[in-house]
Ligand binder design. Structure first.
Ligand code: FES
Length: 181
């Protein structure tokens, strides 16, 4: 680490680096030491970030465990906010693989999510944000994009709504209204 003499300075008291006070080590003036501190801080940062992520995931697993015991639906991460452009959508399954759902970003700040099965005969509805509706191609059914209420065609019941929560730029499904699972 101290091989290049040109990059090293001698401390004013002339004592070797090992005998210098801690503040000199934490705020080095030599390039090799400075790089070492930068690497050390980066490693510390990575370890703390990983730890925070693991604690966050553990917290969600614990929450889901207690929710299950209370008969509630799980908390499920869907995506980061910036992953869905305005007018974009994401198909996911909630609360289990048997229930397809669709998340739609209507505006910069408005997201909605509904079960994707048409309430007529369970075909998959397709979001059409530009027309503010979901379209069911099987029998020309239409649902309102913001409320899930039927607008036209054979469907009479609204689409089940997925409850959403936002935590630190991430979107989570936390429950479902209008359907018993
Ligand atoms: S299944 Fe959607 S309108 Fe019939």
């Amino acid at each position: 680490m101290k091989s290049d003499k040109e990059e090293l300075t001698v401390a004013p008291d002339g004592r070797p680096q090992e005998e210098q006070p801690k503040w000199r080590t934490d705020f080095p003036i030599d390039w090799p030491e400075d790089h070492y501190v930068a690497r050390r801080d980066f490693t510390k940062f990575m370890v703390l970030t990983s730890l925070a992520f693991t604690v966050g995931q553990g917290w969600i697993v614990l929450q889901n465990f207690f929710r299950k015991r209370r008969g509630e639906l799980p908390v499920q991460r869907l995506a980061a906010v910036e992953q869905i452009p305005v007018g974009g959508s994401l198909v996911f399954h909630y609360p289990d693989e048997a229930n397809p759902c669709v998340l739609v970003r209507r505006t910069e700040t408005a997201f909605v999510a509904f079960g994707q099965e048409c309430t007529h005969l369970a075909c998959a509805v397709v979001p059409q944000p530009e027309r503010n509706c979901f379209h069911c191609p099987c029998h020309e059914g239409y649902f309102d994009l913001s409320s899930g209420q039927p607008l036209a065609g054979p469907p009479r019941r609204p689409l089940p709504r997925i409850k959403l929560e936002f935590r630190q730029g991430e979107i989570y499904a936390t429950g479902m209204e209008g359907k018993s699972v």
